[in-house]
Design a protein around this ligand. Structure first.
Ligand code: NZQ
Ligand code: ZN
Length: 392
């Protein structure tokens, strides 16, 4: 195990009807004017927005709504949000929704207290440890943005999907009511479940040795998500399965399953370019890529892939042929993806990038990491091109 710091200050308020506590949470911190930031119409239809308004009104907290966040959220709305907050004297930002509204809220919060152009922040040209306070009400089990230190924004000019990670962006509180996820379309539920799996898998595939404690926690999380996703596909209102997915979403990306080891995150970087160029659902994009990444890199550490196959997908361990076990584990993952309605190739994802587009994505992808990505195995532009081609 290597040295690590683990910082996770977000207060988690989990369970039925918890969204009605939002006024109390914001009031107890002394904030007076809130920007409520969200995506589309389901929050009106389900009455969630009304309940949130009511809860704020109970504590005489003023608010303004800014909806319209799209999946793979755009920098243009972030900038509009910053101007609105400055004009209205907003002192707290509340996101309601999934990774997209939460990430957009984090970006607005950076813009509210820093003077630089936010594009420079997300392009890695400046850094900051200053952010306005944010809280969130999560409505999808997926990215874990409700407790993570990350936000991912698409800069429309060049369709560049870029992230900025800093501990200061972990929300002050995260309200998580699994019942709010009942209205999710099946595809989004499954895409979210896949993303949760991937956040731990990106940390599980490591060459750091002697990480048994976190390996076992990671395996437990992965098995639970694997099973809960299969249940929810059949029973969308199964509260306990929804609750497992929701809590796993946070635990999978709050840093816990990466403690004491080097993480990889190459599949995420490869997928983010797909999201930037083709606007695909993030988890579905990961499913389309991961099997190809895995087949490209598994020889780096066959034993680790065999352990994943055995402990997460119950593939019998063939000690005389670890490679066979490893490959069966990759197949088992793809089989699980199909069972929950997720793609395992770009064709199944519904996209067909040209050779020129693949080259452009590979170029942009490695540019995020000084010409290479990945830690399990270092990948250069030519490697990334091969992985995209394998995933066609
Ligand atoms: O568009 P709206 O109306 O908001 O509807 C959303 C959206 O269409 C819908 N939805 C969410 N909750 C719902 C619901 N529909 C009905 N009932 C509900 N309860 O679901 C769709 C997807 O929402 P989105 O917020 O885009 O999904 P997700 O949570 O998967 O977020 C994806 C974004 O987060 C980034 C991704 O790259 C992508 O941009 N990520 C953020 C991370 C982070 N901040 O830590 C890490 C991740 O790896 C990821 O990169
Ligand atoms: Zn992700």
């Amino acid at each position: 195990m290597i040295n690590f710091e683990f910082y996770n200050p977000t207060k988690v308020i989990f369970g039925k009807d918890t969204e009605s506590q939002v006024g109390k949470e914001i009031n107890s911190r002394g904030y007076k004017k809130v920007l409520i930031h969200f995506g589309g119409t389901y929050l009106y239809e389900t009455g969630v927005l009304d309940r949130v308004h009511k809860s704020l009104e109970e504590y005489n907290i003023q608010y303004i709504d800014l909806g319209g966040v799209v999946p793979n959220p755009h920098m243009s709305l972030v900038k509009e949000g910053v101007q609105l907050c400055k004009k209205e004297g907003v002192d707290f930002i509340l996101a309601i929704g999934g990774g997209s509204p939460i990430d957009s809220a984090k970006a607005i919060a950076y813009g509210l207290v820093n003077d630089f152009d936010l594009v420079d922040l997300y392009m890695g040209r400046v850094t900051t440890d200053k952010i306005a306070p944010i809280g969130c009400i999560s409505t999808i089990a997926a990215t874990g943005s409700e407790t993570s230190n990350s936000s991912v924004i698409t800069i429309e000019e060049g369709m560049l999907k870029r992230s900025y990670n800093h501990d200061c962006s972990r929300p002050r509180f995260a309200i998580m009511n699994p019942e709010l996820t009942y209205t999710l379309p099946a595809y989004q539920t499954s895409s979210g479940a896949a993303d949760i799996m991937m956040h731990t898998m990106e940390r599980y595939f490591t060459n750091t040795e002697h990480v048994e404690l976190i390996d076992r926690m990671a395996q437990g999380l992965l098995v639970s998500v694997r099973e809960a996703a299969l249940k929810v596909v059949k029973e969308p209102t199964n509260y306990d399965a929804r609750a497992d997915l929701m809590w796993a979403g946070s635990l999978s990306h709050n840093g816990l399953t990466g403690t004491g080891r080097v993480s990889d995150f190459a599949s995420h970087k490869i997928e983010h370019e797909l999201g930037g160029m083709f606007d695909v659902a993030h988890g579905a994009g990961l499913c389309a890529i991961w099997g190809s990444w895995a087949r490209y890199v598994y020889k780096t550490n066959v034993a680790r892939f065999a352990q994943f196959a055995n402990k997460v997908f119950d593939v019998p361990m063939n000690l005389y042929n670890l490679e066979e076990t490893a490959l069966k584990g990759i197949e088992a993952w793809e089989d699980w993806c199909h069972k929950i309605g997720m793609p395992t190739s770009m064709t199944e994802l519904g996209i067909n990038p040209t050779a020129a587009q693949i080259e452009e994505m590979a170029e942009k992808c490695v540019a995020t990491g000084d010409g290479h990505i990945g830690f399990f195995r270092t990948l250069y532009k030519e490697d990334v091109i091969r992985i995209y081609n394998m995933a066609q």
